[in-house]
Ligand binder design. Structure first.
Ligand SMILES: Nc1ncnc2c1ncn2[C@@H]1O[C@H](COP(=O)(O)OP(=O)(O)OP(=O)(O)O)[C@@H](O)[C@H]1O
Length: 249
């Protein structure tokens, strides 16, 4: 059964244990429809584990989460229909062309041939990939692949898109262009949940949560977090939170 606005996320005491180890430890937060929500943390802080629960791939050990109005534990199929996901690992097929990847994912997302043709052309034009639509994806520079992967994750017009370190390894100019795509999606009403290591990118988010050792150590707007720690740098906030808990950064 659906509860609440389509683009919202509600998380209460969400926990995931692997044997005796607690990777995500009773986290609670809400994300509003249309918000750009940043999820920060050092390697191993629990970001990917949290995302995997929120997209219905991994069962929580305890706690609850609703995504796009559906419970991730009991209605994972409904959740997956309403979300897009771009994993840390590059998710397109390298041995297919740009156009073939779009057709393949369009089919997986249940779009008609006409929808795939129309949305695919708009996407190729929007990304200025017209001259490369029939090139194999493996021939494209990494930054283009990332932008294409993001656009493909939005092909079925999901309410929420989850991005797990989408800009890893790309240059600053491409990262900036990637964030323009994120803003464009948010301005169309898509909720964006994004993990990143880059503190400058956290500044682009409406709000950020900072994960340390499986817990949310701080949550707020970038301005709130900086003023709370009397600093003008999110980097500082991040390092101080990690030190306070003894976690390595
Ligand atoms: N299937 C699993 N079995 C056992 N431990 C796991 C499993 N998946 C994750 N972990 C552990 O849980 C912790 C959190 O991992 P997770 O991948 O969620 O962190 P992360 O914040 O996404 O880090 P990164 O930025 O490196 O991806 C790590 O210590 C990891 O080794």
């Amino acid at each position: 059964m659906s509860t609440g606005p389509r683009g919202a996320i509600h998380v209460r005491s969400l926990t995931r244990r692997f044997g005796a180890f607690t990777a995500v430890d009773a986290i609670s937060f809400d994300v509003a429809a249309g918000e750009v929500f940043g999820f920060l943390g050092a390697n191993g802080a629990g970001k990917t584990t949290a995302i995997r629960m929120l997209i219905g791939l991994l069962a929580p050990s305890a706690g609850t989460a609703t995504v796009a109005g559906f419970d991730v534990a009991t209605d994972a199929e409904q959740v997956r229909r309403r979300i897009g996901y771009m994993s840390q690992r590059f998710s397109l097929y390298e041995d297919l062309t740009v156009r073939e990847n779009i057709a393949l994912y369009g089919g997986i997302y249940g779009l008609s041939d006409a929808e795939v043709a129309q949305r695919g052309s708009a996407m190729i034009d929007g990304l200025n990939l017209g001259a490369h639509a029939d090139d194999l994806v493996k021939a494209l520079p990494l930054g283009w692949k990332q932008k294409l992967a993001f656009s493909v994750a939005l092909l079925h017009a999901p309410d929420i898109v989850f991005l797990d370190e989408p800009t890893g390894g790309v240059d600053p100019i491409t990262r900036r262009q990637f964030w323009e795509l994120i803003y464009a999606a948010a301005s169309r009403g898509t909720t964006v949940f994004v993990t990143t290591h880059y503190l400058d990118e956290a500044e682009y988010c409406d709000r950020v949560a900072i994960m340390v050792d499986g817990r949310i150590a701080a949550l707020g707007t970038p301005e709130d977090l900086k003023s709370g720690f009397a600093t003008d740098s999110l980097d500082d906030v991040f390092v101080r939170l990690a030190r306070a808990t003894g976690a390595g950064v």
